[in-house]
Design a binder for this molecule. Structure first.
Ligand SMILES: CC(C)(COP(=O)(O)OP(=O)(O)OC[C@H]1O[C@@H](n2cnc3c(N)ncnc32)[C@H](O)[C@@H]1OP(=O)(O)O)[C@@H](O)C(=O)NCCC(=O)NCCS
Length: 176
């Protein structure tokens, strides 16, 4: 299986959600059963990187995906040096809710490609609707170490998972 160059909006009529497998049942379940429903409800958006060849069922396999939505954080959740410059009401941020690579492509750079694509997407949105930071919820330690590598910092821990953030100012420097 080889992949195309561009992330596109998930379309259940075109993309084969069932064959996606990243070895994480929660994320497999998300793309198979929740992503389209949440898009239809206007709650989040899922972008997929399609394979370059279709399956016998006429649909295209998904090589990687990420899912985004707006959310907010509390000023108090941020480290003091960030918090002191911010107002006391909820701080708007972009949520990178899910990101996963099909197990067939793990370790080949697609996770980095997906992350950079998502950050660029946020950067472009921020020209029209600003947000303070990008936050990610880490499924496990593995995911956490992946995001820490790219400059994310810890916001807080909950239920043994962690939420990380990267200020949009830092993201903007990548794409300006
Ligand atoms: C985590 C995940 C997205 C990484 O994707 P990937 O395609 O295997 O990663 P890449 O090949 O793009 O790796 C890019 C860089 O990150 C590093 N990296 C990959 N996984 C890492 C991890 N868990 N911890 C630290 N670094 C990691 C690679 O070594 C590579 O570094 P380099 O550029 O210096 O060589 C993928 O393994 C995955 O889908 N996991 C299951 C779902 C998941 O946990 N998602 C996280 C969000 S909840």
């Amino acid at each position: 299986m080889s992949y195309t160059r561009t992330f596109v909006d998930l379309d259940k009529l075109i993309h084969d959600r069932e064959s996606f497998d990243c070895d994480e049942p929660e994320l497999n379940n998300f793309i198979r059963t929740q992503a389209t429903r949440l898009m239809d409800a206007g709650i989040s958006k899922t972008m997929v990187l399609p394979a370059s060849v279709s399956l016998p069922n006429g649909k295209t396999p998904i090589c990687a995906f990420y899912s985004i939505s707006p959310t907010s954080i509390k000023r108090e959740d941020l480290p003091d040096n960030f918090a002191k410059k911010l107002p006391r009401y909820p701080i708007p941020v972009f949520l990178l809710a899910q990101l996963a690579v099909h197990k067939e492509f793990k370790g080949l750079g697609l996770g980095k490609v997906a992350l950079v694509n998502a950050l660029e997407y946020f950067y472009n949105i921020s020209a029209h609707m600003p947000a303070y930071a990008v936050v990610v919820d880490c499924l496990n330690k593995n995911a956490e170490s992946f995001y820490l590598k790219y400059g994310f910092q810890e916001l807080f821990k909950y239920n043994e998972r962690s939420r990380l953030f990267i200020p949009m100012k830092q993201v903007s420097e990548l794409f300006r």
